[in-house]
Write a protein that binds this ligand. Structure first.
Ligand SMILES: Cc1cc2nc3c(=O)[nH]c(=O)nc-3n(C[C@H](O)[C@H](O)[C@H](O)COP(=O)(O)OP(=O)(O)OC[C@H]3O[C@@H](n4cnc5c(N)ncnc54)[C@H](O)[C@@H]3O)c2cc1C
Ligand code: SF4
Length: 511
């Protein structure tokens, strides 16, 4: 009987000492890493997403080898197995391992696949908690208890208190839990002015090799590789963090929700990829933010606004994912059935805001939160697109997409398909997008009209969405104002909006 098989997945690239290997016995145990084609094809993955994972995995394997650690590395194109499960099965058939050991996967589907492979081989699968997160799944479940609705605000306060972050004598520093009133401004007519270009990392030989491989294996996949510049090692991730703290964090909160044409990054951190691959620990990110605040380089509103994303939202959605799966994946409370228009994959739409968000996504595999939530997500919600198709698109198209973070954000937050995460849907008309961006200035549509050839599709669909669900929203106090607004519409206008929405919906590809 051989030792154990330690399996490290593509998003488990923690720096040394790797938390899975604390009791690894080099004399007996085997370490396995696998590049599986099905991870790029189960959703039609952006080329940059695949390149990022493969490059970071190869850099991690090289770092292991440098420290004398032997790795069995199955590279794409050099082994016959399509899926992770098949690769694991083959490995288990070849060696007589007494157990497989891994950290919690980031995707229910992957965990099930690996579990099934171990069951087939009749070998125990030992799953260890991933210490990367500041809230273990057990702690999250204890917090969630019997609550019917899970709200970020309460989870975040609980996290702040128990980790003693931005607290003084049991109270939040500054006397408030959040500073949204100072944050979340729009640029106004003048625009953002000069924006600080984020540090980008030119592909090295290993990344370039991976990029060639991706073009060979997935030539018809969406997205471009020409702009690839993501951190692929812990050292680069730390550099990216330092660059953000110095140049963009001070203005982060203020411009967190603002959008502007040809400005894909603005004051955002671009740290999700590094954290999701575990190249960067969220504790390091929070400590650097606090240090900048304490040194007087960053206002409290910006520091708090940023920490809320990491300590709050990021941990909150992970807890929700594992608590609600597998039901979450199929949630569809509005029974929406619309097909995803083709332009989600090409960016070729006349709606300027959608063309900008999707266009930059194809270029970089990146769009910031408000673009994902209030442009593409909002459109998918109010147009009535089928949530599973939309969630698969988000999982495919963003370089930072891993199921534990993508699914709750899409199905819970953006589409409100699963109702337990927000107290109201994030739906908005063209007026919101006009206020928060300059897109409407160059658009073929106008944000104000509700019907007619010039009517902004967001505006038509927004009112139509409210009309379609008027009864349901009338029971929600947070939707009271919106419902009151539509209750004033004369019957004729209601019908005209619904007819126009139906017309648009019948031909979404031409928007
Ligand atoms: C529909 C939809 C899908 C999304 N899919 C993903 C995804 O696949 N992967 C992913 O990492 N994020 C996802 N997000 C959350 C968020 O949009 C991204 O984390 C963020 O845009 C990444 O860019 P950034 O690093 O510049 O973030 P910043 O704006 O600089 O924010 C800082 C960090 O906070 C964290 N964060 C902020 N908001 C959230 C959130 N809602 N949930 C979890 N973490 C958050 C991220 O780690 C991020 O790096 C999604 C949001 C929506 C609305
Ligand atoms: S008019 Fe409507 S579709 Fe055009 S940019 Fe503005 S919000 Fe987007």
């Amino acid at each position: 009987m051989n030792g154990r098989l330690f399996l490290i997945l593509g998003d488990q690239l923690h720096p040394d000492p790797h938390p899975l290997l604390t009791d690894f016995d080099p004399a007996d145990d085997q370490l396995l890493m696998v590049e599986a084609a099905s991870e790029s094809t189960h959703v039609w993955s952006h080329k940059a997403r695949t390149a990022l994972f493969l490059s970071a995995m190869r850099h991690r394997a090289a770092a292991f080898r440098q420290t004398g650690q032997t790795v069995t590395y199955l590279a794409l194109g050099e082994h016959p197995h399509t899926s992770l499960g098949d690769a694991l099965s083959a490995c288990l058939a070849e060696h007589e391992h007494r157990a497989v050991v891994m950290l919690e996967a980031g995707d229910w589907r992957v965990q099930e696949e690996l579990d099934a492979a171990c069951q087939r081989a009749n070998i125990p699968l030992l799953i260890r908690p991933d210490p990367h997160f500041l809230c273990s799944l057990d702690d999250f479940n204890t917090w969630a208890g019997e609550k019917s609705g899970l709200r970020l605000e309460f989870f975040y306060r609980w996290q702040r208190k128990r980790h003693d972050i931005l607290m003084a004598d049991g109270e939040p520093v500054g006397g408030q839990w959040n500073f949204d009133a100072d944050n979340r401004q729009s640029f106004g007519k003048k625009g953002p002015g000069l924006t600080p270009a984020p540090e980008r990392f030119a592909p090295d030989a290993m990344t370039r090799e991976v990029m060639t491989l991706v073009e060979q294996h997935f030539p018809d996949h969406p997205g471009q590789l020409a702009n690839f510049a993501w951190p692929v090692t812990p050292e680069q991730a730390r550099q990216a963090l330092d660059d953000f703290i110095r140049h963009r964090l001070p203005e982060f909160g203020r411009w967190q929700d603002a959008m502007w044409g040809h400005e894909p990054f603005l004051w955002h951190s671009l740290l999700s990829t590094a954290m999701n691959l575990k190249l960067l620990d969220p504790r390091t990110v929070i400590a650097a933010t606090l240090a900048a605040y304490q040194a007087g380089n960053v206002p409290l509103a910006a520091a708090e606004g940023f920490i809320r994303q990491i300590l709050g939202w990021r941990e909150f959605v992970r807890g929700i994912y594992w608590r609600q799966m597998p039901g979450l994946a199929e949630a569809n409370q509005y029974d929406h059935k619309g097909a995803l228009p083709d332009w989600f994959w090409t960016g070729k739409t006349q709606a300027a805001c959608l063309a900008a968000a999707i266009g930059q996504t194809l270029q970089h595999g990146y769009a910031h939160h408000i673009q994902r939530l209030m442009i593409t997500g909002n459109f998918a919600l109010i147009a009535g697109l089928e949530p599973r198709q939309v969630a698969d698109w988000y999982l495919a198209i963003y370089v930072d997409a891993v199921a534990w973070v993508e699914e709750p954000n899409t199905l819970g937050m953006a589409l409100n398909a699963w109702p337990g995460m927000t107290s109201k849907p994030y739906c908005a008309s063209g007026a919101y997008i006009k206020r928060m961006s300059n897109h409407c200035q160059t658009c073929r549509y106008q944000p104000e009209p509700r019907i007619g050839d010039k009517a902004c599709p967001f505006t038509t669909f927004y009112w139509d969405f409210l009309l379609r669900h008027e009864e349901r929203f009338a029971r929600n106090p947070r939707m009271a104002l919106a419902v009151k607004n539509i209750s004033r519409f004369p019957e004729e206008e209601r019908r005209a909006i619904q007819l126009h929405a139906e017309k648009l919906r019948a031909n979404l590809d031409s928007i």
